[in-house]
Each structure stands twice: as C-alpha cells, then as structure tokens.
Design a protein around this ligand. Sequence first.
Ligand SMILES: [Zn+2]
Length: 302
Amino acid sequence: MARAEAIRGGWGRAQRLRNGDRTTTGGSGWGETSPWDNASPFHNLGALPQPRRRTLVLGILAILPLAVSLSPASAADALLPDTRFATPYYVQDSGRPGPTVLVTGGIHGDEQAGAAAAEEIRTWTVVRGRLIVIPRLNVPGLIVGRRTIPEVDTSLADLNRDFPRVGREEPPRGTPATEIWEFAKKQKPTWLVDLHESRSLHGTREGATGNTLLPCPSAEMDKMLPVLLTAINATLADPKERFVAARRPKDGTLSRAAGEHLGINSLIIETTKPGQKISVRVRHHTTIVRALLVRLGMLERP
Ligand SMILES: [Zn+2]
C-alpha cells in the first residue's frame, strides 16, 4: 500500500529530479529548470509573439492529459483529470508511521511563489509519515496570472472562498473546491499548509498580511508557531521584514475550512510580493515548511 501510493504520487519522479534528471513527463510542466526569478508560470513563453505563445500554451494544455496517462508515475495523480482544472498531486509515503502533511500552492493564480515553492517541496524526501503536495490548485488562474478562476461565475471565481464556511454544514461551492475538499477528507492530513502571497508587508497598511502566518488556532499550532517564526526570522536581517503570526484565515478559505470542519492543524503562509524577487519569496515559503517538517520529525535536519 505504502509503496503503491508512493509510486502513484510521483516518488520516482522526485528521485529522478534529485539525481539531476530535470526532464519530466508528468504534469508538473513548468519552472523546473530555472530559478524562480520569472513571474509567469509559462515564463519561457514570454519572448514569443502573442499568437505563437497562445498556440504553444494551448498545445501544452492539450498534451497534458495524454502525458499524465502515459506516465506510470502519474497515472492516478491528477485532480480533476480531463478538465481545464486538471492539476497534479504528489503523495510521498515514507513507509513509517507519522504525521500526514498536505502542502498546497497556487490557489490564487497571481501568487506564483507559492506554486513554485510547492514544486520544490514535493521533491523533498520524508523519513516519517506522508508528504502530500498539490502545487497548483488554480491552474487556469496561474496560466493567465490572475487571482481568480477565469470564466466562471463571479460568485465562485475566488477558489479560496468556495470552501465550507464556519458554523455551516454545507458543501464546497463549485467543481474545483469540491474535488479538493474530497481529496483532503480522504487523505486525512494532520497538518495543512497553504502557500500565498500578499500585496503589502504587514504593518504598512491596515490589514496587510505580507510576511505573516495565518493559523487556525489549536494546541499543536500554538506550540508550532514560535518554532516556525524563529526559523524564518533567523534568515531575515531587516526587523521590518520579520514574519509575525496574524489573524486566522478568512471564512471560506481552504485552510479555515480544514481547521474548522476537519480538525486539521491548518496554516496559511503569506509572503510579500512587491519588491522581492520570486526566488526570495520561494525561499521564505520553503524555509517555513522545512521548519515544520523538521519539527514533526519528517525531515532530517539540514
Ligand atoms: Zn492568496
């Protein structure tokens, strides 16, 4: 069971990546050959004229389901297969008992650092428990660099407001949220970390959440937050940039719903988009997630 799930979830591909084989036949599709200093998920297409770029993007999307179906490592590892929301997920089972951590990115399509960081995190080797990563929850939004899902009813367009709200026994709203929610319920993670970016650093204006952690309160979260803050802030020289814990995630978000309805230790990481290279924002995400996994005994200390 453990082995089958690991293979299905792209474990073999992760191993190949660590061994220096940067080609991939699965659905990950972007950004694996370069640093993250380029804003678009399809950044290599940026130099092409519009019609060619559009043709190439459509071509990539057209072959994505085919590539997924041809790769044994990816055969069952896409959510919403054969739809425009199709997105790969990666389940790595260490084969040893321990926590299950679900890391998600790209639920807002203009927050590329979260998706890029998740693509990196999915290649890490865990020695205990399971690491599950869905790098790009909102593929249509990431393709066009927009926060919301293009071409859906405006009431559903912000995917991170489509999950069951506090105090209501209700299903998620819309197909992508429904599929993601069912996946989360099935996998039963003990921790969920959703990777985001903010437009303003905390303290620079009312409600700004750049460089903050937004936790759903729990006894375990209370103990974990200082660990995460210490780890990331040890890397930041400017006191103004240091991460702080802020309010809980907004109602209707995946993370809030996971905390409220599923009892998962759930957390949003918000980096700050303006004025910082994507490589820096990715490093902030990965530093915090690494600290979590080390604390949970899932990663060897670096
Ligand atoms: Zn966001």
